[in-house]
Structures are given as C-alpha cells and as structure tokens.
Design a protein around this ligand. Structure first.
Ligand SMILES: NC(=O)c1ccc[n+]([C@@H]2O[C@H](COP(=O)([O-])OP(=O)(O)OC[C@H]3O[C@@H](n4cnc5c(N)ncnc54)[C@H](OP(=O)(O)O)[C@@H]3O)[C@@H](O)[C@H]2O)c1
Length: 273
C-alpha cells in the first residue's frame, strides 16, 4: 500500500467552481494567502475579474486564472478540462461548489429550472469529478471537496429536486471517499445549512427579496466565512463529511433517525415558495 503525505493548502493549485459569488468567492479569498494558483470558474466574467484583481493586489505572488464557463454545457466542461491539461497545471485541490436551487413545489416549477439543477448539481459535478480525478491522483496527496447541503440528508417538501440532487451529491461523495483514499485523493462532503449568499435570491420564483430567517431558524444560519473556514479545516483533518454549524450537526444526526415530518417542522417555515 502506498503511503501519502498529508495534503496541505500551501503552494496548492486549486480549481473552484461557482467562484463569482457566495461560498465559491469566499473559498478563493481564504485560500489565496496559501495557494500558488487559483482557477476561478463561473459564467459572470466581471465578477471573476473583480475578485481576481482584489486577490492579486493583496497577494502579488498568487497566479489567478479565470475560466468563464457555463457548467451545464458538456462541451464547455470538456474545454475547461482540456485547458487545465494543456497548461499542465498541477491541480491538487478541486472544489465542486457551483449549485442552483428552486424554491417551491415541483408541479409548477419550470422545466428549464429543473433541468438546470440536474445539469449543474448532478451532471457538472459528476462530469468534472470524472475528468479531473486522474489529475488529482497524479498530484496526490490531493483533495476534492463536493458542496452538498444538509437538505441532502432528507426529502424536503418545497425543495424536491434540489434536495434530491444534494442527496445524490452526498451518496456519490461518500462512495468516492472510500474509493479514492487509497490513491491519496481525500474526498469530502460539505453539507451547509442556510448561508446568507445569493443562493435564495437565485432560487426564488418571487421578485421580492427573501429573508433567510423566514426560511431557517436563526441559530442554524452560518456566515460564508465560517462555512469556508470550518470546511477547509475539515479537509486538513481528513474528515469525510463536514456540517459547518455545531448545533445543526447535532440536530441533523438526531433527525436522521426521526420521522420526516419532524424535520419539516424544525426547519421549514415557508416551505411552499
Ligand atoms: N446558500 C445556502 O444557504 C446553501 C446551503 C447549502 C448548500 N449550498 C450550496 O453551496 C453552493 C454554493 O452556493 P452559494 O450559496 O454560494 O450560492 P450563490 O451565491 O448563488 O453562488 C452560486 C455560484 O454558482 C455559479 N453558477 C451558477 N450556475 C452556473 C453555471 N451554469 N455554470 C457555472 N457556474 C454557475 C454562480 O456563478 P455565475 O452565476 O456567475 O455562473 C455562483 O458563482 C451550492 O452548491 C449550493 O447548493 C448553499
């Protein structure tokens, strides 16, 4: 059996999907002081450029590459990985973070949005993992962080497709964790509860802004800074799953063995939209 040294963020080469906002941008900010290279992936170029400028001003040694890419497109995913291979980037940390939700009942959701969730949360995450694992194995010790959600632990009324997509991420990631450890690739699931990002605005079918406290008890809401800090610590500690809120983590462990209606009562206030 091959023994691998521990993975470290120092001088790492990191690819982050969904880096133009929320958790993805925060991963970039917290990794920038340690990493040698960041590859920031999303569709909104201006957002990526602004983030890259800020990081390069603060950390002149850091290499930041932007890849404007619609990850729901198979062609664009393949082009992205072809570019990583051509540049011979020593990628040793991948964060599959880009994700999309949809608040409201399944029957009147637009098919376009449902398709988007399946293509991004499941299709892109699985395809990128498949394309990038050979590089991660070559660069071992390395790490792969898949962003799921606590809703992946339960079927959720009013979040049917999103929660099911995150259940897929959870199951897939746990299996990969077992498969890849012996190859020196540490695979970890990040399962946050509610986080104040643009997620709910994008996921909403309504025009008016969504208040996070109307969707989740305040004690379960965690800042993006805390989510990312706890997640990165869990990568170093080689955890398989991280729920970045202690109270939430305890409640989730308990509710996993409780009837589903109890979960709905604890977590969901305005579950219809
Ligand atoms: N916020 C929460 O409460 C919460 C809770 C649990 C789990 N999560 C998970 O955390 C992850 C990050 O979410 P967030 O809260 O940071 O949401 P966010 O602020 O809405 O950010 C989503 C990111 O995904 C990117 N993205 C969306 N569609 C894309 C596409 N087709 N191709 C490429 N990139 C795309 C967006 O960039 P562009 O629009 O520029 O492409 C953006 O950078 C997601 O997987 C989400 O499911 C969030």
């Amino acid at each position: 059996m091959t023994l691998f040294m521990n993975f470290s963020f120092n001088h790492s080469c990191v690819l982050i999907t969904g880096a133009s906002a929320g958790l993805g941008a925060e991963f970039a900010r917290q990794l920038a002081p340690h990493a040698a290279t960041l590859i920031l992936v999303a569709r909104r170029r201006e957002r990526l450029e602004k983030l890259a400028d800020d990081l390069q001003k603060k950390y002149p040694e850091l290499h930041v590459y932007l890849q404007v890419c619609d990850l729901t497109s198979i062609d664009e995913r393949e082009k992205l990985v072809a570019w990583v291979r051509e540049e011979e980037l020593p990628l040793n940390f991948v964060i599959n973070n880009a994700g999309l939700g949809n608040l409201g009942e399944f029957h009147d959701a637009s098919w376009q949005r449902i398709q988007g969730i399946l293509d991004l949360n499941i299709g892109a995450l699985t395809h990128l993992t498949h394309l990038l694992l050979p590089i991660l194995r070559k660069q071992a010790p390395s790490a792969l962080l898949q962003v799921g959600s606590i809703v992946g632990f339960f079927p959720i009324e009013g979040h049917a497709v999103y929660a099911a997509s995150k259940a897929y991420v959870q199951s897939f990631t746990q299996a990969l964790h077992l498969e890849e450890e012996k190859h020196g690739v540490h695979v970890i699931l990040l399962a946050p509860g509610a986080v104040p990002t643009e997620f709910f605005k994008v996921a909403s079918r309504l025009q008016e802004p969504i208040s996070l406290t109307s969707r989740s008890p305040a004690c379960f809401i965690t800042s993006p800074e805390k989510v990312v800090a706890v997640a990165l610590e869990a990568v170093v500690k080689k955890r398989a799953i991280v729920i970045p809120n202690k109270l939430l983590s305890i409640v989730v462990q308990f509710l996993r063995f409780a009837p589903i209606f109890l979960f709905q009562k604890v977590f969901l206030k305005n579950k219809k939209r």
